[in-house]
Design a protein around this ligand. Sequence first.
Ligand code: CU
Length: 163
Amino acid sequence: MTRTFRMLAFAVGASLAPVAALAQHDAAVVHAGDLAISDVTLAATTPAAPAAAVYLTIANAGAAPDRLVSVETTAARRVEIHDTVITDGVARMTALPDGVEVPAGGEATLAPRGRHVMLMGLTAPLADGARVPLTLVFETAGRVEIEAPTHVGAPAQGTGHGG
Ligand SMILES: [Cu+2]
């Protein structure tokens, strides 16, 4: 039985922001072995939001799959990898304890309405545009340091992931 996080759904309304609003993300690409990490964005509804979502794209140019197993940051007391599951028209977040596979020669996308990294119990207020350091932990590529540009104030919507 997977746990759900309806309580937190309000906090990630930003995940429903129009794609255009999230296009402010940094264009930088971080390379680590066969992996290339891009489109990194940290989205929160307000500077004082109790939780925030991180979106990113991981491309794998290698011949073997890799796996994002966890994410670490000093910006939150707890970090989980979540998926968004729609049941009877209601969006709920479900933890992905095994992380996210990055297929060989393919990519894994964590994006609004889908998989995301959930920062829970933020340790400091978020500032729009601030860069939050994150450590991505991969099964094969190991630890990869990235910075997520913060996007605060995306309008919450009443459906989907935001409940
Ligand atoms: Cu979540």
